[in-house]
Ligand binder design. Structure first.
Ligand SMILES: Cc1ncc(COP(=O)(O)O)c(C=O)c1O
Length: 439
């Protein structure tokens, strides 16, 4: 056997197939914080880490009624394989959902997928060869970065501020990467209530970013799971409402109904749509007929807009609890104050490392996601993503109070061992350094 393919006995004790994996799986290493999250799922820990929707705010009878009707009236269809593009009636209803964000489209161009996560993977599979570039906000959605890495793409981050992606940074990135001879395959963006930063791209910037993408022949991948979950005013219309040919739009029922159905969709330009359907069929044959029919029945018979309003009320209350607790317990830190969605992005003093601090936090019974998870390049060391979607307002307050203890304890430790004496601490000085990329 060649040295590239040693005998199995030369693998390792944990995994005898170690030398057999495809090269692209090198990007699939489990993060160091994964083991901690197993501990963090214990009930005594307040988890501000995950992005789980508050499904308890969805009356279960509504879903049970829809399920019963589907099984009674269309049971044999629901239990069968379906079309690789998705159930036609649901694709029509998805047009009504997208119309709420200003999108006009044809059901022919909608491809139903197994959550929008799968649409992300299919689009990446269609466009990325090893070494290609994906542009994404810095920070960006952790599992999108994982997908890009697993197809051996390079992810380069575009800076953001409180109005979302900065057009000038996009221009600079494109110029630099083109000069280096790189192929930029698409721009991945979450314009509304971004995961993880919680910020929303302004209308003026939406237009500017679309213009830059068009000028440079770059496809835009617009991921919009949170757009309908606004607290006051809706976000500006979707990018896809302005530009049809240069945008693939991703939507999902995970946040406005329930993630357990695993139903999302892509709205793609005509030419790309055909390839997406083929890729979907190759991957899953057809998305779940059962889930699609239940959602279709639900949309048809339930006042789903009222249910989305109910979710908004729940998340708004939780967001207010989080901002209130941050103001009370960590008044000198900086954080974003989202107008919708699930997340707040917190900036610590630059001498704190949020990943190193996580074991102490879990010991103090609070969990969060360290900022580095949301960068492909090691950024975000002194940032934290806090999710307010799942815990109750009371638990959020307890969690933030515990986080205050954790941060103060970490500062005490550093001061004790610091040769330079007291640090500029969050306790006695207004701390105002900008976070990486997100000022
Ligand atoms: C930005 C973003 N995109 C995609 C997804 C995947 O959602 P789903 O596959 O449940 O539709 C999520 C889930 O949290 C997300 O935050």
């Amino acid at each position: 056997m060649s040295s590239q393919n040693p005998p199995l006995s030369a693998g390792n004790n944990l995994d005898p197939w170690y030398y057999n994996y495809a090269e692209r799986t090198a990007g699939l290493a489990a993060s160091e914080v994964r083991a901690l999250f197993a501990v963090a799922s214990r009930p005594e820990v307040v988890s501000l880490a995950g992005g789980m929707p508050a499904v308890s705010a969805l009356p279960q009878e509504l879903v049970i009624d829809s399920m019963n009707r589907v099984m009674r009236e269309q049971g044999s269809v629901a239990l069968q394989y379906g079309s690789g593009q998705g159930v036609p009636a649901l694709r029509e209803q998805i047009l009504d959902v997208m119309a709420m964000e200003g999108i006009r489209a044809s059901a022919d161009d909608v491809v139903v997928t197994t959550g929008s996560q799968h649409a992300l993977e299919l689009v990446t599979k269609l466009f990325i060869d090893p070494g290609d570039v994906v542009l994404a906000e810095g920070p960006s959605y952790v599992t999108a970065i994982v997908i890009f890495r697993s197809f051996q793409a390079e992810t380069h981050h575009v800076a953001m501020d409180e109005h979302g992606m900065i057009p000038e940074s996009l221009r600079e990135n494109i110029a630099r990467l083109k000069a280096a001879g790189k192929k930029i395959k698409f721009l991945y963006t979450i314009p509304s209530f971004q995961n993880p930063a919680g910020v929303t791209l302004s209308w003026e910037r939406r237009l500017e970013i679309l213009a830059i993408a068009k000028e440079n022949g770059i496809l835009v991948l617009e991921d919009n799971p949170y757009g309908l979950l606004h607290f006051d005013a809706p976000p500006p219309p979707a990018l896809r409402s302005v530009e049809q040919d240069g945008v693939i739009y991703l939507g999902t029922f995970s946040k406005t109904l329930a993630p357990g159905f695993r139903v999302g969709w892509a709205l793609a330009p005509h030419a790309i749509r055909e390839k997406l359907i083929l890729a979907n069929e190759a991957a899953v044959l057809s998305p779940s007929s059962f889930s699609q029919l239940v959602i279709s029945e639900y949309l048809d018979t339930i006042d789903w807009r009222a249910q989305v309003d109910r979710f908004r009320g729940v998340y708004r209350e939780r967001k207010d609890a989080m901002i209130g607790a941050l103001t009370e317990y960590l008044p000198n830190l900086k954080w974003t104050d989202p107008d919708g969605g699930f997340y707040v992005w917190l900036t610590l003093p630059p001498y704190l490392d949020s990943k190193q601090m996580l074991p102490r936090a879990v010991k103090e019974l609070v969990a969060y996601t360290p900022g580095t998870a949301f960068y492909a390049d090691g950024g975000g060391r002194n940032n934290i993503r806090l999710s307010f979607c799942y815990p109750t307002p009371e638990a959020i307050r307890v969690g933030i109070r515990r986080l205050q203890n954790v941060i103060n304890g970490e500062i005490d430790l550093l001061e004790t061992f610091s040769a330079t004496g007291p640090l500029e601490t969050v306790r006695d000085r207004n701390f105002s350094a900008p976070p990486p990329n997100l000022d």
